[in-house]
Design a protein around this ligand. Sequence first.
Ligand SMILES: *Cc1c(COP(=O)(O)O)cnc(C)c1O
Length: 370
Amino acid sequence: MSSFAEWGLRQVINASGKMTALGATAVAPEVAEALARGAQEYVVMDELLAAAGARIARATGAEAAVPTIGAAAGIAIATAACVAGADPAAIEALPDSLGRPNEVVLPKGHSVHFGAPVTQMIRLGGGRPVEAGHANLVTADHVEGAISDRTAALFYCKSHHAVQKGMVALEELIAIGRRRGVPVVVDAAAEEDLRRYIGMGADLVIYSGGKAIGGPTSGFICGRRDLVAACAMQYAGIGRAMKVSKEAIAGLLTALDLYEKRDAAAAARRDRERMEWLAGELNRIPGLRARVIQDEAGREIYRASVEVLPGAGITAAELVRKLEDGDPAIYTRNHRLNLGIISIDPRPLRPGQEEIILARVREILEEVRA
Ligand SMILES: *Cc1c(COP(=O)(O)O)cnc(C)c1O
């Protein structure tokens, strides 16, 4: 029995991906063990933060790093560091910036809602978001024009949530930041490559520990030594309201070890075989047409894509609702639902759960035909 079942909650089979609404990540046993051990011991927190920072810096190629309780907290803390720096009075006054430069310039197409608005996290850190350009067009000139002596940072959101076309390139933004003496902060929350943006010269880069890395609710900021030191100092200010726990840090570091050792190609191959089996079985159900397709962004992810045909006796949206309403609740990936297509993402599925999904889909379609 799952621990959540003890409180009367339904078991969830997650075939949708990393969803905060489903609890983000179910961690590996090694990570769970690190969480449990970390929770049961004392440690000098400053020493833990420093050791974790050094470990994360090594993983990212950055000069320094500091753990956070998530990427959203990372945006607020990084903003606070750019506004208040290491000045204790300024740190304690935030989110009031006491008249210090606090504008954070971001391309308008990067002003995303990831579950909450990035601009709100910027405000939480004492920043005032300034959106440069237009929703579908932001040039280097738009960004240059938005910079003034009120500017504290430039912000770039590397995410599938952001507008992908017509946006100023990160390379250009970094060049502008260098020229104007303004730090560049990159939100790379869900990105898989931990070294890329530091390698490009970004001043601070923010990651979520619970997304690509597969850690617990956690995250980190890595980058320039002086700015990371200022980030760490915010834990005596607004950072206190988003405190990262010792157990979260223990889990994050263990997840990072596993992430560095992972064999992504072997995992993708295994997942693909599971989805090919599932698609083959689903194709035997009248009214469905299934096949395996690669991730739209070209990543090594192969999902089962299930088209609910007009003769199925049920629409794709109705099938999704029945799957979600059951016990176990089955959550699929539904961004092509308007085309009558449901996707099964193998990455968050436990071994054998594809068989439960198949059985439930078969049962629902038999019910509606009866
Ligand atoms: C998920 C996400 C966040 C927030 O990350 P948490 O670790 O859940 O706080 C921030 N920015 C982007 C682009 C995201 O996708």
